[in-house]
Design a binder for this molecule. Structure first.
Ligand code: NAD
Length: 501
């Protein structure tokens, strides 16, 4: 059997139970099904994967109440015990990594070569925050004359976690692990297009011994289940990953209950290539950062800003590599590019091919759908673009790169910053002063110089401008999931002003 056939056979075995029983919600440690359902279909061939419980406001209410009831016990548990449980979750993720990777490929269209690593990165997220759990409440001693001030952190309470469909497993672990480490129970509302691995993850958490109510899973749509979660008074904070306009809606929805919000939103990230750069490596990185993960990646470098002195050759080499990217079944380890998540997203991405033509850009590679079954588009390169074009300003969120030329460092910077977003930036130059100057002035939360996106968990992850509010990573995650407290003890008889005496 080929690798594809063995993967297919293993996947079928994993999916049988979903096909037979559907995907239930998990509230207060129990499966909750029997109401309305919706379907999840594979973007590979539009085949049915499973019926999914369609949670509504009642389910969210039950889940939020369960999380509230579980809060005191989970928060009071020692950090050492929480650490043990989170490591157990990581162990179980590793044990089921094959199932997670294959199900994620089939549910989202992401290629196996990337998804097998994403499952393991999910385990790493749990391990990292497991080890930080014992110190999560730590604070400082800030003595002042007459007082001893002691700061500390306490978990904020039940948290709503709302995740998107791109690499949903990895992103869910990225939000949920620090929340649990901090002592917060969660209600997870995964994206309606990709519910399978969220269910596996919730099962793992319960198998690892997480008390009932600490991890609740409610599937459903954004406008119903998601909205109800953001409005629920027992939910103290919303950790959201998704589109910028959804973040804006969530902020409005959460206003009445004064929700604390953490937003990881969209991007239109530049990769800036100067003529003094290591062009081989810059080419590899530029290709990887937009065409891996089907380009459905918030940190993708979707705008190439290239020095005009090297642009002809760089774009030519780029186009020839893009044309050779292997499109195929995501279960095949040889596949580099799978189908887009859904019909609606396929329509959006292919719509930009017409927009590019109309606006006068050149389609140097791709620019069309792949005929046959599944939501496949060819990896696409637009050249001859200007920053005023929609393809240079809007997040397309597919394997589509827009190349814009610049003639000076000043022009490159002005183009790079001329978007609503500010998530990441990638700068390629061997001029040290320029690298420092440019990255200092670039409006982005995360910048890599002579590097593609290489994540280090203790560093802050998040965006500026329309790309987000708040940071994940290291202690930054705890700043969101916890309240800072200061307690001042008088150390002597300081003077208290006497009124009405
Ligand atoms: P989306 O905003 O459409 O949906 C994300 C989640 O929000 C889904 O679970 C959805 O059901 C829910 N939702 C929708 N409307 C809601 C509402 N009114 N109230 C509450 N919840 C609601 O995003 P998507 O299309 O699933 O994901 C792609 C987007 O996510 C892209 O813009 C991408 O850049 C962004 N993203 C950002 C990061 C980051 O770290 N900055 C990471 C991954 C993805």
């Amino acid at each position: 059997m080929s690798d594809l056939e063995t993967h297919r056979a293993r996947l079928e075995a994993y999916l049988v139970r979903f096909r037979e029983n559907g995907i239930a919600n998990l509230i207060d440690g129990k499966d909750v099904a029997g109401g309305a359902t919706f379907e999840t279909r594979s973007p590979v061939d539009d085949s049915l994967i499973s019926a999914v419980a369609e949670g509504g406001a009642d389910d969210i209410d039950a889940a939020a109440r369960a999380a509230r009831a579980a809060f005191a016990g989970w928060a009071a548990m020692s950090g050492a015990q929480r650490k043990k449980t989170l490591h157990r979750i990581a162990d179980l993720i590793v044990e089921r990594a094959d199932e997670i990777a294959l199900c994620e490929c089939w549910d989202t269209g992401q290629a196996y070569r990337f998804m097998s690593k994403a499952a393991l990165r999910g385990a790493e997220n749990f391990r990292y925050y497991a080890d930080l759990a014992p110190g999560a409440r730590d604070g400082q001693s800030l003595p002042s004359p007459g007082h001893l001030n002691i700061t500390g952190r306490v978990p904020i309470g039940p948290v709503g976690v709302i995740t998107p469909w791109n690499t949903p497993f990895m992103l869910s672990t990225w939000k949920i692990a620090p929340a649990l480490a901090a002592g917060c129970p969660i209600v997870h509302k995964p994206a309606e297009f990709s519910p399978v691995t969220a269910r596996i993850l919730a099962e793992i958490a319960h198998e690892a011994g997480l008390p009932a109510g600490v991890w609740n899973l409610v599937n459903g749509f954004g406008e119903t289940a998601g909205k109800a979660l953001t409005e629920h008074p027992d939910i103290k904070a919303i950790a959201f990953v998704g589109e910028s306009r959804t973040g804006s809606m969530i902020m409005k929805q959460g206003a009445d209950t004064l929700k604390r919000c953490h937003f990881e939103l969209g991007g239109k990230n530049p990769v800036v290539v100067f003529d003094d750069a290591d062009l081989e490596r810059a080419l590899d990185a530029a290709i990887f950062m937009i065409y891996s993960l089907n380009g459905e990646r918030c940190t993708s470098s979707s705008r190439l800003l290239v020095h005009d002195t090297i642009a002809d050759e760089f774009e030519e080499r780029l186009a020839s590599r893009v044309n050779r990217i292997r499109i195929g079944n995501p279960l095949d380890p040889a596949t580099e590019l799978g189908p887009l998540i859904h019909r609606s997203h396929f329509d959006k991405v292919t719509g930009y091919f017409d927009i590019a033509r109309k606006d006068g850009a050149t389609i140097a590679a791709g620019g069309e759908a792949v005929s046959g079954k599944g939501w496949y588009v060819k990896p696409t390169l637009f050249t001859g673009a200007r920053q005023s074009m929609r393809i240079a300003r809007e997040e397309i969120f597919g394997p589509v790169l827009t190349s814009i030329r610049f003639s000076s460092e000043e022009e490159a910077l002005s183009i790079a910053n001329d978007v609503d977003y500010g998530l990441t930036g990638y700068v390629w130059t061997n001029d040290l002063s320029r690298a420092l100057r440019f990255s200092e002035a670039l409006e982005a939360g995360m910048i890599w110089v002579n590097s593609e996106n290489v994540r280090h968990l203790p560093t802050p992850f998040g965006g500026m401008k329309a790309s987000g509010i708040g940071r994940d990573g290291g202690q930054w995650s705890f700043d969101f999931y916890m309240e800072q407290k200061n307690i001042a003890f008088a150390t002597g008889q300081h003077k208290i002003a006497r009124m009405g005496a």
